[in-house]
Design a protein around this ligand. Structure first.
Ligand code: ADP
Ligand code: MG
Length: 228
C-alpha cells in the first residue's frame, strides 16, 4: 500500500469532496440521495445511511460518507478495527467526521446480480457464511446482511457493509436470503434465467419489512398472553 498516495487521497477528500458534496437521507428506510457530486468523483452505491463514491485517480479506494443525521459512523469504525484484514471484507484506512476511506471491493451486489440475471454460484454463499463466522470469532454480530450488502466477484463472495455488526439483536436477513437462494433461486430462477426488475425487488424489500414488523408485533402479543 502506497502511503503517500493515500495521503494525497485524504487531502483531496478533505479539500475537494467533503466541502462540495451534497447528500441527504429523505426516508431512513430508503437509500440516501446524492444531490451534488463534484467532478470527477463517481458514485458507487448508496445505502440507507451513507453514499459511497470513488475518484478515478484512486480507483482502489472508496469514500463512504454518512448523510447528515444518520447514525452509525463510530460503530462502523470500531467494526473495521475488530475485523482487521480478511479477504471477504474491506478495510478502513482512514476515518474522521462522518466519513471513511475504505479499500474498494470490486464486484456486483447480489441484489444487482438478480436484476441483471447473473448466475450466483454456491461458492459465493459459502464464502459469505465463512466470512460471517470469522466476524463472530472477532467478537462481532453479523447484522443486516442482505442483498445490497453482499457482493460477488469472480465467483467469490464478499461482505460490503459491516456497519451494524456491533448490534447484538438477532437478525434473520442472511438466513432468509440463503433460504430464498436454495429454495427459489437455484431450482427456479437460475435454470430459467429469470431476471427480476428493480421495482419487483423493491416490492419484496418493502413487504419483507412489513412482514418482519408484523411478526415482531405478533411475538410481543403472544408473549404477553402467555406470560399472564
Ligand atoms: N468498499 C466498497 N467497495 C465498493 N463498493 C462499496 C464499498 N462499500 C460500499 N459499496 C457500495 O455502496 C453501497 C452502499 O454502501 P453501504 O456500506 O451498504 O452503505 P449503508 O451503510 O448506508 O447501507 C453498497 O451497496 C455497495 O454497492
Ligand atoms: Mg448497506
Amino acid at each position: 500500500m502506497d502511503r503517500s498516495l493515500i495521503d494525497q487521497l485524504i487531502e483531496t477528500v478533505h479539500q475537494e469532496l467533503i466541502p462540495k458534496l451534497q447528500i441527504e437521507s429523505i426516508d431512513p428506510h430508503d437509500p440516501v440521495k446524492i444531490s451534488y457530486l463534484p467532478y470527477p468523483w463517481q458514485k458507487l452505491g448508496a445505502g440507507n445511511y451513507a453514499a459511497v463514491v470513488y475518484h478515478p485517480d484512486y480507483p482502489n479506494w472508496v469514500v463512504k460518507i454518512y448523510a447528515p443525521g444518520r447514525p452509525g459512523f463510530e460503530e462502523e469504525v470500531e467494526v473495521y478495527r475488530r475485523l482487521g484484514s480478511h479477504p471477504a471484507f474491506s478495510e478502513c484506512l482512514y476515518a474522521t467526521e462522518g466519513f471513511l476511506i475504505l479499500k474498494r471491493l470490486h464486484g456486483v451486489t447480489l441484489y444487482d446480480c438478480i436484476q441483471r440475471g447473473l448466475r450466483i454460484p454456491k461458492k459465493v454463499i459459502k464464502d459469505i457464511d465463512q466470512a460471517l463466522d470469522y466476524a463472530r470469532r472477532q467478537g462481532l454480530y453479523p447484522h443486516d446482511v442482505h442483498g445490497r450488502n453482499v457482493m460477488m466477484y469472480q465467483g467469490r463472495g464478499l461482505v460490503v457493509d459491516i456497519s451494524d455488526f456491533l448490534d447484538e439483536e438477532k437478525c434473520s436477513k442472511w438466513n432468509n436470503l440463503k433460504r430464498a437462494y436454495y429454495w427459489l433461486y437455484r431450482p427456479i430462477f437460475s435454470p430459467l434465467r429469470l431476471r427480476l426488475p428493480y421495482f419487483f425487488l423493491d416490492i419484496v424489500r418493502k413487504s419483507y419489512r412489513l412482514l418482519s414488523k408484523l411478526k415482531k408485533f405478533c411475538d410481543r402479543i403472544l408473549y404477553k398472553i402467555y406470560r399472564n
